[in-house]
Design a protein around this ligand. Structure first.
Ligand code: BGC
Length: 772
């Protein structure tokens, strides 16, 4: 764990420059606008250790798979959302000497991310080898108001010298991905032009043929008397620049403003890209940095209005949760159903920037409660649009008749991960996608989504489960063999409780959906039956039989669902007995040892119990929590949040808080020693869930919001915002009082600590709990 980020309500601050921490900071201070993102790399040259990262959503490269032994069914490639044109670059030389913090003495340094405004700034004073000192200030943002635009403001002050300073704003498409499997570069040049202060560079990805045109327009000025000299343009392969010399006197400052537009063939015809980039540059540069920033800030203010969480009495926690919310909001804005959330968002290369079950399971609740309905709907439509690919994906594995297996990892609907134990076996993700349909409808009431989108997706998924089970003569039950559950520290197990449970739940839900379709959309239903060659009686007959005769591993003596067949054969030694220097076990133990151990990577049985808590008594939930949690090593960032929520549900308030702490500052304090690879964006949704669903106890049941809040001892109060069916509520837990401000025109029925009440439009409701 590191502790170098200064605590502050709205800002993330690093003071002093430590090259060892640079990669971590580059991740932490990343900026994004839902369409693209940028690590906190320096504008000026930096020859020290750095991971350059500038990512455009959904622009990916299918990197040829690298495996030992090829197995039929493996995907051909691993998709990567790739590093693209460096748009921030501004090189500086002073009397011919390059400004490079790896070679200079850094006298002071401050990096600051203002989360309220979505603005990254840097200030430093550096002494070059020659003894010349400069003071540099930079600010930059990626506009969420105009998502094709980025802007940089950069200044250099001559502190102890007079002489010639050169500033060179540039665009560089000659970039690499560190995780390239074969050391290849992924981009080729298409076109470049530069004339004076304006230039355009178009590059194309190999294989996928995405075009990206980046335009820049810059302005260089100086304080004091005298002018900057004329711009010298030069170009090289995938690179354009405008170089400007200025004679400065001691104390004078050179200022650069660089406005950038990034447009891609995702949104425009390739033939029109440059003209679109020109339009964007004209639009943005006519406004200038300040006006663009002003609009950007206003949009951020709106986002915070619906998504902020306030914590009083704990500054570190306050900063932590805002950081998580900020990152979620800058990763996904939800207005394009082709986009999704990668586990690292736009902050690093790991996981390839592509979609996992994380989105449905850990991110959806955040967007349901804090963003307009269409934002969450787009997550679902993303999967709907990939249905055909999911059917083909299942076909490759031998399934038929419209069975759909959604990929574990994808960017365009095709599976692009090739560890057999994940690709072939982690099939519970299909259940997560079905559950998300239910979750969305349960929250929003948009049951019409089922006709036809939800219906079609659920049909494909149901058909998959129907073919994936097999009848066991020995058990006289249906079983699901050879799977990996959410606990990836066990592979190829039989009857993983969570997988069997989510399979059965999906089938039951589908039966309800069919009833609804027949009742409410009979004509459409008939069409869909024809389209999908749905043999209703035969297929639903089998589903019902599976539901009735599915096998769950269960231990009568302990009254416990077992994680999988044979789980009790393991040596059950609590994780607390693991030696400190062997943790995390995935770094210190052989894979063989991990697989044979009882240790659970992340919530598995408990993931199911969290989703289906209403089917179980408190005692049953407690019994399972008490058994499984001590065996869990929480080595996935997605683990602690589920444990926190369940702990809160069963009244283990201190534990709920402990687990929350593990998630809240995971990246800010680099808990797992891996923030340098990028941030744990999807787990940030889990952190939000831990406060809102854990501490606040928020659920939606029978078209009502339900709260069962408690206040962690260490906090004075916390408050969060919830959008629900057009009502906007701000709720606060303080002492033993729960205060609901309804900031909308809609009366909203609620259940608080079991009692039914209404939050009247534009009114405040205060509820006390004598038991707390
Ligand atoms: C977790 C998976 C998750 C993936 C991406 C893995 O470590 O075990 O559940 O989908 O990371 O976040």
């Amino acid at each position: 764990m590191k502790d170098y980020i200064k605590h502050n309500e709205w800002k993330v601050i690093e003071e002093g420059f430590d090259p060892e921490l640079n990669r971590i900071s580059e991740s932490i201070f990343s900026i994004g606008n839902g369409k693209m993102g940028q690590r906190a790399n320096f504008e000026e040259k930096y020859s020290g250790d750095s991971l350059q990262g500038s990512y455009i959503a959904a622009i990916y490269y299918p990197d040829k798979t690298k495996v030992g032994w090829w197995k039929n069914g493996y995907p051909e490639y691993f998709a990567k959302v790739i590093n693209s044109t460096n748009w921030i670059g501004i090189n500086i030389t002073i009397e011919g000497e390059e400004l490079d913090l790896a070679k200079a003495t850094v006298l002071s340094f401050r990096r600051e991310l203002d989360m309220q405004k979505g603005l990254l700034s840097r200030h430093f004073i550096a002494r070059l080898k020659s003894g010349k000192q400069v003071e540099v200030q930079s600010k930059r943002f990626l506009s969420i108001d105009d998502p094709e635009i980025g802007a940089v403001r950069y200044s250099v002050k001559a502190m102890n010298f007079s002489g010639e300073v050169n500033v060179t704003p540039y665009l560089d498409g000659d970039v690499i991905n560190e995780d390239s499997n074969y050391g290849e570069k992924f981009w080729e040049e298409i076109e470049k032009t530069i004339s004076g202060d304006e230039g355009y560079l178009t590059i194309e990805t190999l294989k996928t043929k995405f075009h990206l045109c980046t335009g820049m327009k810059f302005n260089v000025s100086k304080t004091g008397s005298g002018q900057v000299k004329k711009i010298n343009n030069s170009v090289k392969e995938k690179y354009i620049e405008g170089s400007v010399n200025c004679n400065v006197k001691q104390g004078e400052e050179i200022r650069v403003e660089k406005i950038v537009a990034l447009v891609s063939s995702l949104n425009y015809n390739t033939g029109k890209l440059k003209s679109q980039a020109k339009k964007a540059i004209a639009r943005a540069s006519s406004m200038g940095f300040d006006k663009l920033l002003n609009r950007h800030q206003k949009k951020w203010a709106k986002k915070w209005e619906t998504s902020d969480i306030r914590i009083e009495g704990d500054l570190a926690a306050q900063q932590g949760i805002r950081f998580n919310i900020f990152q979620l909001n800058q990763t996904y804005t939800g207005d394009d159903d082709r986009l999704n959330i990668g586990p690292k968002g736009f902050t690093g290369e790991k996981y390839g920037g592509v979609t996992y079950w994380d989105t449905e399971s850990f991110c959806l609740p955040f967007y349901l409660s804090t963003a307009p309905q269409g934002v969450s709907k787009n997550f679902l439509l993303y999967r709907y649009k990939h249905l055909q690919k999911a059917i083909e994906n299942a076909q490759k594995l031998g399934f038929k008749d419209g069975a759909a297996l959604y990929p574990m990892v994808t960017v365009n609907g095709e599976e692009c991960h090739n560890e057999w134990e994940i690709t072939f076996e982690e099939i519970h993700r299909n259940g997560a996608i079905a559950y998300a349909v239910w979750n969305y409808i349960n929250y929003t009431g948009d049951i019409g989504y089922l006709a036809p989108y939800g219906f079609e997706v659920l049909l494909g998924i149901s058909r998959f489960w129907s073919q994936r089970v097999n009848w066991s003569e020995e058990k006289q039950s249906f079983v699901i063999l050879g799977v990996t559950g959410p606990n990836e520290y066990e592979n190829n197990v039989n009857n993983n409780f969570h997988t069997n449970n989510i399979a059965i739940w999906s089938l039951k839900y589908m039966l309800e959906v069919i009833d609804y379709m027949k009742e409410e959309h009979p004509y459409l239903y008939d069409e869909l039956v024809k389209k999908w060659k749905f043999k209703e009686i035969e297929e639903t007959g089998r589903w019902k039989e599976i539901i009735e005769k599915i096998y769950f591993p269960y231990d009568e003596a302990r009254q416990l669902y077992l994680q999988q067949d044979g789980f009790l054969d393991k040596e059950l030694i609590p994780a607390s007995e693991l030696a400190e220097n062997e943790k995390p076990i995935y770094q210190y133990w052989s894979w063989d040892r991990i697989l044979r151990s009882c240790y659970i990577k992340q919530a598995d049985v408990l993931q199911s119990l969290f989703w289906f808590e209403n089917s179980h008594s408190q005692e049953m939930l407690k019994r399972h929590f008490d058994f499984y949690e001590p065996l869990t090593v929480h080595e996935s960032s997605l683990s602690a949040c589920i444990h926190s929520i369940l702990a809160a549900k069963i009244g283990y308030y201190e534990k709920a808080y402990e687990f929350y702490l593990r998630t809240a500052r995971l990246d800010l304090d680099d808990y797992n020693n891996d923030s340098k690879d990028g941030l744990h964006i999807t787990s940030m949704g889990g952190t939000w869930m831990a406060i809102v669903m854990g501490f606040g106890g928020l659920r939606v049941s029978n078209e009502r919001l339900v709260f069962n809040p408690f206040l962690p001892d260490k906090w004075d109060s916390y408050s969060f915002r919830v959008d629900y069916k057009g009502a906007h509520l701000e709720v606060k837990m303080e002492g033993n009082k729960f205060i609901i401000k309804n900031r909308s025109e809609k009366d909203t029925p609620l259940i608080i600590w079991g009692a039914e009440m209404t939050a009247k439009a534009n009114d405040e409701l205060v509820v006390g709990n004598v038991k707390l």
